[in-house]
Ligand binder design. Structure first.
Ligand code: MG
Length: 207
C-alpha cells in the first residue's frame, strides 16, 4: 500500500457505546455526535502522552480508528468500506475536567500528544464487524469493547460523515470509546490493542 498523506482532520464520534454514555451520565444522541481533533495531536506508539498543567483529570479512551484511503463525499453505506485504507488502535486522550467546564470540546481533546495512533492494517486482513478494542493501564484491563456494540457501525459512520464533509486520504475516524474510561497519571503506560490488528503503547508524563 502506498504511503498515505498526513490526516487533514481527525473526526471523532462521541457516545457510540451505550455503556460509556451511561457511565458519564449522558443520554445516547439521536444521531452520531461528532467532534474534531487537530492533526497536531497525533503521536506514534512509544511517544509520550504529555499531561498539560491546565488539567487535573486526563483520561484514556481506547478506540478503533478507521483511516480513509481516498476522497469520499456522499458515500453510500453499502460502498463505504471501499474508502477504507485500514484500521488502527487510537487513544482519544481527553482532559475530562476541561471537557465539562468548556462545553466545547476543542481544548479538552486537542492538546499536543492527545491522539496516539497505531500502525495501519488493511481492511482485507480483518473482518471489520468483528473488531474488538482493549485498553490497559499498567497492564490492567480498563476498557473492552467490540465494533458489534457500536450504536453506529463503521459503514454508517463513513456515510454520515461524508455527507457533511469531504473525507480525504489519510483522514482518521475515531469510532468512539467503550465504557471504562479513567485517569492517566505520570509514569503510567497505556495500551490500546485491537486483537489481530495491532497494539499502541504510550508512556504518560507531566509537561
Ligand atoms: Mg472518544
Amino acid at each position: 500500500m502506498a504511503a498515505l498523506p498526513r490526516a487533514s482532520k481527525i473526526v471523532c464520534v462521541g457516545r457510540n457505546y451505550l455503556e460509556h454514555a451511561r457511565e458519564l451520565g449522558n443520554e445516547m444522541p439521536e444521531r452520531p455526535l461528532l467532534f474534531l481533533k487537530p492533526p497536531s495531536a497525533l503521536v506514534h506508539s512509544g511517544d509520550p502522552i504529555v499531561l498539560p498543567p491546565e488539567s487535573q483529570q486526563v483520561e484514556h479512551e481506547g478506540e478503533i480508528a478507521v483511516v480513509i484511503g481516498g476522497t469520499a463525499r456522499h458515500v453510500r453505506e453499502s460502498e463505504a468500506m471501499g474508502y477504507v485504507a485500514g484500521f488502527a488502535p487510537l487513544n482519544d486522550v481527553t482532559a475530562r475536567d476541561l471537557q465539562k467546564t468548556d462545553g466545547q470540546w476543542t481544548r479538552a481533546k486537542g492538546f499536543d500528544s492527545f491522539c496516539p495512533l497505531g500502525d495501519l492494517v488493511p481492511p482485507d486482513e480483518v473482518n471489520p464487524s468483528q473488531l474488538e478494542v482493549i485498553c490497559r493501564v499498567n497492564g490492567e484491563v480498563r476498557q473492552r469493547g467490540a465494533a458489534s456494540q457500536m450504536a453506529w457501525g463503521i459503514p454508517a459512520l463513513i456515510a454520515y460523515i461524508s455527507g457533511i464533509m469531504t473525507l480525504e486520504a489519510g483522514d482518521v475516524i475515531a469510532t468512539g470509546t467503550p465504557a471504562g474510561v479513567g485517569p492517566l497519571r505520570p509514569g503510567d503506560s497505556v495500551e490500546v490493542e485491537i486483537p489481530g490488528v495491532g497494539l499502541l503503547r504510550n508512556p504518560v508524563k507531566s509537561a
